[in-house]
Ligand binder design. Structure first.
Ligand code: PGA
Length: 249
């Protein structure tokens, strides 16, 4: 059975005091579903967040990492450094990383390998831009993003991989993919995995939806059979909203 997961991506938000306050508010919330809950604070707050969340049932995860183990990469952070502060999961390939920091399928494939070599779980993000959707090219784009960064892996690696479909035109725009658009793409993603790895991997890999997911639309999106949860940006910055999404299953 694949897991239901709701992960909050805080992006470049929340200083130390704001992080402490949001974590305290999150710890006061009640979870009424089986969904796994994760939040991704900024790197400066990640170690303290991991400590503060110990035993809370909420996991602190990283927003990014470098593929090298150590060395002359100013400003970067490695997989083993994440592990050393108790982090077990890393988000890779977010569209903002691809767009503003030139992440490519090739660098992402290296990051995927480095994360797996360090036993980190990966939330791997991908999704088409508006022009791809308008030209009805979204499936080809998504298929190439997945295959270029992940299809060198063996089936066993998927125990540590969660996929996150995030149509770029829906991120932070207030525009959400309709539940049907999300379901169609998630079914396509599962079919793509099944063709490459067989139905076991396809059926056991969680595929999250991301892009303007909110308390008001989460229930309908999560009710779709191939949607296993969400990667939440803006709405994850408010504990009540975030837990309304967690409890939408
Ligand atoms: P959003 O961001 O919920 O603010 O659209 C989602 C994401 O970038 O993961």
């Amino acid at each position: 059975m694949r897991k239901q997961i709701v992960a909050g991506n805080w992006k470049m938000n929340n200083d130390v005091a704001q992080t402490e306050s949001l974590l305290a508010n999150l710890k006061n919330q009640t979870k009424t579903t089986n969904a796994e809950v994760m939040v991704a604070p900024t790197f400066v707050n990640l170690a303290s967040a991991a400590k503060a969340l110990e035993g809370s049932g909420i996991e602190a995860v990283a927003q990014n990492m470098h593929f090298a183990e150590s060395g002359a990469y100013t400003g970067e952070i490695s997989a083993s450094m994440l592990k050393s502060v108790g982090v077990k999961t890393v988000i890779l390939g977010h569209s903002e990383r691809r767009e503003y920091f030139n992440e490519t399928d090739e660098t992402l494939a290296k990051k995927v390998d480095a994360a797996l070599a360090n036993n980190l779980r990966i939330i791997f993000c991908f999704g088409e831009v508006l022009a791809d959707r308008k030209s009805n090219n979204q499936e080809a784009v998504v298929e190439s993003q997945i295959s270029n960064a992940l299809f060198h892996l063996n089936a066993d690696a998927y125990k540590n991989i969660v996929l996150a479909y995030e149509p770029v035109w829906a991120i932070g725009t207030g525009e959400t993919a309709s539940p049907e658009q999300a379901q169609d793409m998630h079914a396509f993603i599962r079919k793509t995995l099944a063709t490459k790895y067989g139905s076991d991997v396809a059926n056991n890999t969680s595929v999250l939806y991301g892009g303007s997911c909110k308390p008001g639309n989460a229930k309908e999106i999560f009710s779709k059979p191939d949607v296993d949860g969400g990667l939440i940006g803006g709405a994850a910055l408010n504990a009540d909203d975030f837990f309304a999404i967690v409890n939408a299953f």
